[in-house]
Design a protein around this ligand. Sequence first.
Ligand SMILES: [Fe+2]
Length: 309
Amino acid sequence: MAIKGVLRAGFIQMRVLNLDEAVQYYRDVMGLDYVDKTADGRVMFKGYDEFDHHSLTLREAAEPGLDYMGFKVESAEILEEYAKQTAEFGLKIEAVPAQSDQPGFGKRYAVDLPTGHRIDLYSEVELAADHPELTNPNIWQHEPKGIGVTGFDHALLFGPNAKDTVRYFTDVLGLSIVEIAKAPDGENNLCVWLTGNNKAHDVAVLEFPEPGKIHHFAFKLESWNDIGRAADLMSINNIKIDAGPMRHGVTRGQTIYFFDPSGNRNEVYAGGYAHFPDMPVRVWDFDHVGKGIFYYSRTLNDAFLTVVT
Ligand SMILES: [Fe+2]
């Protein structure tokens, strides 16, 4: 196994305003597999091409937004090592027992980031009951429903002290910086994209006055054709589209931004280059950020930097 340390962003728990409406949307429109309901009424989902027990949990609440996202690490030993280094770095960290609030998950550590977000680190997750085939595998077992996303891909976090959260991601968790968008002063960073593996990104962090905000969380599709088909299904289902179909300059991914029924911004993401840790960092100056995010229109829409949950 050449990928060490953090394997991927593997999990996210989000708040929604109406659970029944959200289940209908994430299951029937996005095409995620409904896994199960927890004892306290949260609902778990996974993409059809994912092996872990689940990758999305929804919790009904008065406000939409992020509860926390999880990063899967390579082993229980590395998990303990990261916990030690996280405490030494000065962040609040708390152990979450195995098989507690996230069924199927082993021991986790909840970490409070300087940007006001919680992330969880974990190394063990049960194999999903309905996982991709392992012997003479077909491309899927059950034809995917709706948009048919294959799995969870990444999230963009907004908060203050982004520099410190990025430093934690690189210095403690060993993530690589893939691309940077500079702030107007040309010195500080506006946004930093990071990965723990071969993907173009697992997480991005943008400097923002309010703590703990999420701009979007993204699901994978295979191709530009799938992005086009997703746009068709969004119109058919009256999904509110924010931007796209389009391409990002950053990561080169093909994309649509849109909103779930609670106002959380979603993305479907295809393409994007393969990252290798010896690649130099690509940098966008502030005057070219529009092109970096919206490669074809080359200007950000008004909602992009202001609407968050
Ligand atoms: Fe994204």
